[in-house]
Design a protein around this ligand. Structure first.
Ligand code: GRG
Length: 288
């Protein structure tokens, strides 16, 4: 469903109010989006919305796709020479490699902007108040106090060591904020009460942290499997992560604790939350 929606949204036909969709820009955007991502964040939007038996899941699907556009923009920009300078993403050439840097910058800009278009558009069937809430929360999760700010902290920290609290804050911003938003968004779309929106936000924060720890663990095990050769991306960049500071066993234990915490948070939803509980386990145990 998410793939189909993303394909539809990145069609060549201009929308009302758009003059023309430049072919090369659109191709660069499609390259950055339609390239086999796990679609974890859209999945979380859809599953959390389903907890509240939202009557119209086309709205949830559009918000889910909008969020994936922002995630993909962040990856396209993160891969740029000025940031991580990566040649491959999801096993394929990065957008600046397949096209050029200017195209990658503009594709990222257009994906970020398009996300807010998608959420606010009349086609997204939901009460205006809920739409404003989503636009506002999405902006905060993506911007200087969220993902982009986390990326800035990460770049600034290169070559220096952060305290554990600083590392946790950086991660909550850089990767956690969008995952948290995904879970809150489902609740907002489902018309949940504030307490439940907050509860789902806490669930998102727990699995966001687990997501990052699992990423660090993958990095760390890649390094140690190469018998001390720093092949993991962070290890290669000389970056300390919580996993590299505390070791593999500590990280696995933290992951188990976070999954238990995430499952506890969902307890009031009973069996309806089983898929989300599975998602929490998937996030913590993922191998890619
Ligand atoms: C450039 C504003 C800006 C932000 C970049 C999220 C981010 C901030 C950079 C990504 C760096 C990175 C690889 C972090 C590790 C965790 C992460 C976000 C992995 C990629 O997310 P997945 O695993 O990717 O959900 P797929 O490809 O499945 O969508």
């Amino acid at each position: 469903m998410v793939e189909g929606e993303l394909r539809r949204l990145l069609d060549t036909r201009p929308l009302e109010g758009e003059l023309y969709r430049p072919d090369r820009l659109l191709k660069a955007m499609r390259h950055g989006v339609l390239n086999g991502g796990k679609r974890l964040r859209p999945f979380l939007v859809l599953e959390t919305a389903a907890l509240f038996e939202a009557t119209d899941d086309t709205a949830a699907l559009r918000v889910a796709a909008a969020l994936e556009c922002i995630h993909c923009y962040s990856l396209v920009h993160d891969d740029l020479p000025a940031m991580d300078d990566d040649d491959l993403r999801r096993g394929k050439p990065t957008v600046h490699r397949a096209f050029d840097e200017a195209a990658a910058i503009l594709a990222g800009d257009s994906l970020l902007t398009y996300a807010f278009d998608i959420v606010s558009a009349p086609e997204t069937a939901m009460p205006a108040e809920a739409k404003i809430t989503l636009v506002n929360r999405l902006a905060r999760a993506s911007g200087m106090g969220g993902m982009a700010g986390g990326q800035a902290l990460d770049l600034a920290a290169e070559g220096s060591s952060l305290s554990e609290d600083e590392t946790l804050r950086l991660q909550a911003m850089k990767t956690g904020a969008l995952i948290r938003f995904a879970c809150e968004a489902g609740a907002v779309i489902g018309g949940a009460q504030d307490a439940d929106i907050e509860r789902l936000g806490e669930f998102g924060a727990a699995i966001g942290l687990a997501f990052q720890l699992a990423d660090d663990l993958l990095d760390l095990t890649a390094s140690s499997e190469a018998m001390g050769k720093a092949t993991g991306k962070d290890a290669a960049a000389g970056k300390a992560t919580l996993a590299s500071l505390h070791g593999i066993d500590w990280t696995r234990q933290q992951l188990r604790g976070l999954v238990a915490q995430a499952e506890d948070i969902l307890e009031p939803f009973g069996e309806r939350a089983d898929t989300l509980k599975q998602a929490a386990r998937f996030v913590a145990e993922r191998q890619s």
